[in-house]
Write a protein that binds this ligand. Structure first.
Ligand SMILES: Nc1ncnc2c1ncn2[C@@H]1O[C@H](COP(=O)(O)OP(=O)(O)OP(=O)(O)O)[C@@H](O)[C@H]1O
Ligand SMILES: [Mg+2]
Length: 475
């Protein structure tokens, strides 16, 4: 290598922007370069969709690993899929670069190791997993969705290492005292050498133009658009679930978080809901289980529930999605799997029922022809469970965001009821979740979950959410 090559390597080592351009062949955008250039120990980015967060985080991770032999970079992410995707981004960039060609990806331990001994590791957001490491660079994606307590427990150990640095990025979510929001607010108001903050609405990306944003604005709920694309902390007056309510319902200390399919059988009998995607939105599956043991009952002896599994698949054809559902049904012990037969749902629901019958010899699929009224009731029931503290929600950004985007409308006679989401592209997981609750909803219902019988008068409990007396019969 000539002098100029060595000089270039040296510059790349000192500067992640040069590194990205020269060694990865992927120059950063100006707003990304600002973060790269900041010397602050904590760098906090509140951002909208598609502005280049993941790309920046992947490059920061690789750069640290490249520049400092033996460095440990930790990628923490709310939601397993997000963590996997970020590590994939890192791996793709590394393998595409001749300088980093010696890098090795270990799928099972979720790590990328460079030939200089540096390692970039993706870990789940649990206190035990995070605390064990001496870390040079900690990267937290979707930080607003991470359990506050996990952060409190893990942060001191993480930053004990001299020279260690932290990059937090997220779309806005959560109450003012959550660490991500608190750090971002402080970094925005009074940046210091220790703390710097950025605000990136989606329009910041050179690939996103006004016309595209206007199209999205027209189809999305206003609160959702503000949060996801303008990156604003909204808690709109019309929210069906307030952020505080959702936060109070989310899992704590890693308990009742999502599980892998390997652990599915351990959830006992479960119920599920399937939402069939159309062009824009994704297919979704949400699984609901009864909480076992003493904490499974509230003080009035009513069953409490949790959500062990959420899956959202974009750009997937029906056959592939049905294969996946059959696989999930082989791992979980389903009491019922509810699927909507309206619109596009007719054929795939039949096909799913047949496939599951062939696979298990049981009639697991509950086809449901939904009406606006039924959807109102399903979400009403969800709200009831949340308010009664009988539903523990996982820290899954898609699910929480979509629930947070549901809105009230003023009905006749002043009764507030849910605005049943239009099929607009951001409600697939929320819908699948609502469907999953259907088998749990009937007053005198068959106990689809072993030992679980809802014995209160749901009709009465939901009366406040209805405009007119209910006259269609339950199903
Ligand atoms: N510096 C860059 N130069 C060219 N393209 C880029 C750059 N940074 C990001 N992109 C592209 O912009 C798109 C969005 O980037 P990225 O996935 O990093 O954004 P994001 O903010 O993480 O998005 P999401 O909100 O969906 O998670 C991708 O197609 C990515 O390849
Ligand atoms: Mg991303």
């Amino acid at each position: 290598m000539g002098d100029r090559g060595i000089e270039a390597l040296d510059r790349a080592r000192r500067d992640a922007g040069v590194f990205a351009e020269l060694l990865l062949g992927a120059a950063l955008w100006p707003h990304q370069l600002e973060v790269v250039a900041s010397p602050a120990r904590y760098r906090v980015i509140c951002a909208g969709r598609q502005v280049g967060k993941s790309r920046l985080l992947a490059i920061l991770a690789l750069h640290r690993a490249f520049a400092q032999a033996g460095a440990v970079v930790l990628l923490v992410s709310a939601g397993d899929t997000a963590a996997k995707r970020l590590l994939e981004d890192v791996a793709t960039l590394a393998l595409g670069s001749p300088m980093l060609a010696g890098s090795v990806i270990d799928e099972s331990s979720k790590a990328v190791t460079l030939s200089n001994g540096s390692v970039i590791r993706a870990v789940p957001a649990s206190a035990a997993q995070i605390r064990g490491w001496a870390v040079d660079l900690l990267i937290v994606d979707e930080a607003a969705f991470i359990d506050q307590e996990i952060w409190r427990a893990a942060e001191p150990a993480i930053i004990a290492r001299p020279g260690s640095r932290v990059v937090l990025s997220s779309s806005p979510w959560g109450s003012p005292d959550h660490f991500f929001r608190a750090l971002w607010t402080r970094g925005t108001a009074e940046p210091t050498v220790h703390l710097a903050a950025w605000h990136w609405p989606s329009i910041t990306s050179p690939l996103v133009d006004e016309a595209l944003l206007e199209e999205i604005r027209a189809r999305e709920a206003p609160a959702y658009f503000e949060r996801e694309f303008e990156a604003k902390w909204t808690d709109s007056a019309g929210a069906y679930f307030t952020t505080a309510e959702l936060e109070a319902a989310t899992a704590r200390d890693g308990e009742h978080e999502l599980v892998d399919l390997d652990a599915a059988a351990g959830c006992g009998q479960v119920v599920g809901g399937v939402d069939w995607g159309m062009q824009r939105d994704a297919h979704a599956l949400v699984v609901v289980a009864a909480i076992a043991g003493e904490e499974g009952l509230d003080e009035r002896g009513r069953q409490r529930y949790w959500v062990p599994f959420v899956e959202e698949r974009f750009a997937t054809d029906y056959d592939t999605w049905i294969d996946r559902l059959v696989k999930c049904a082989g791992a979980f012990v389903f009491g019922a799997l509810v699927a909507e037969t309206n619109g596009v749902g007719q054929m795939p629901t039949q096909q799913l029922a047949r496939r599951l019958w062939e696979a298990s010899g049981r009639d697991l699929v509950v086809p449901v022809a939904t009406t606006a009224r039924l959807k109102e009731d399903l979400f009403g029931f969800m709200r009831l469970l949340v308010q009664q503290k009988r539903l523990v929600l996982p820290r899954e950004p898609s699910l929480l965001r979509q629930l947070g985007a549901l809105e009230f409308v003023q009905g006749d006679g002043g009764v507030m009821r849910i605005a049943v989401p239009e099929r607009s592209g951001h409600d697939d997981v929320a819908m699948a979740f609502a469907f999953a609750l259907q088998p749990l909803m009937g007053g005198e219902m068959v106990p689809v979950l072993e030992g679980v019988v809802e014995d209160y008068d749901l009709d009465e409990e939901l009366a406040d959410y209805r405009i007119a007396p209910y006259d269609e019969g339950w199903w």
